[in-house]
Ligand binder design. Structure first.
Ligand code: IDP
Ligand code: MG
Length: 153
């Protein structure tokens, strides 16, 4: 049975700070299934398309230059309600408003260095996954533990 998928990225600050394992671990421990992951250096064009909704805003140029400043870890996570739950796990955009216990609440201070990206809707998830992954890069696999994660595995 197909479950929901979302696009999550450890941003360049998270990679530089050695937080990849910590961030991956939070989604693993929650029970979500990893179906795609790669270290990559986003091009300027990819960054501008990814953040296209923010074009024209004062922080856009800085955001694009930051997002292309070093490698990111692009991921696809799968699970029931993963889009909404991953956003909750990440916390508010500005770490000063992000609750302790969330990724940004625990690991970041500055809105321009908030360590993680996550799709905000089913439409964004589809668009972003297509932007960052070729179809063959997402792996279909069955997980024995699903019977312990879901009532209806
Ligand atoms: P989100 O990452 O929580 O979805 P968005 O509003 O989509 O937040 O903004 C995209 C990214 O742009 C944020 O994660 C943050 O890094 C950056 N950003 C958003 N607002 C500001 C701002 O006011 N100043 C600097 N950077 C910002
Ligand atoms: Mg966003």
């Amino acid at each position: 049975m197909a479950r929901e998928r979302t696009f999550i990225a450890v941003k360049p600050d998270g990679v530089q700070r050695g937080l990849v394992g910590e961030i991956v671990s939070r989604f693993e421990q929650k029970g979500f299934k990893l179906v795609g992951i790669k270290l990559m250096a986003p091009s300027n064009d990819l960054a501008r398309r990814h953040y296209g909704e923010h074009e024209g805003k004062g922080f856009f140029a800085g955001l694009v230059s930051f997002f292309t400043s070093g490698p990111i870890v692009a991921m696809c996570w799968e699970g029931d309600n993963v889009i909404e739950m991953a956003r909750a796990m990440m916390g508010k955009t500005n770490p000063k408003d992000a609750a302790p216990g969330t990724i940004r609440g625990d690991l970041a201070i500055d809105v321009g260095r908030n360590v993680v990206h996550g799709s905000d809707s089913p439409e964004s998830a589809k668009r972003e996954l297509e932007l960052f992954f070729a179809a063959g890069e997402l792996v279909e696999w069955s997980r024995g533990v699903d019977a312990h994660v879901y009532e209806k595995a």
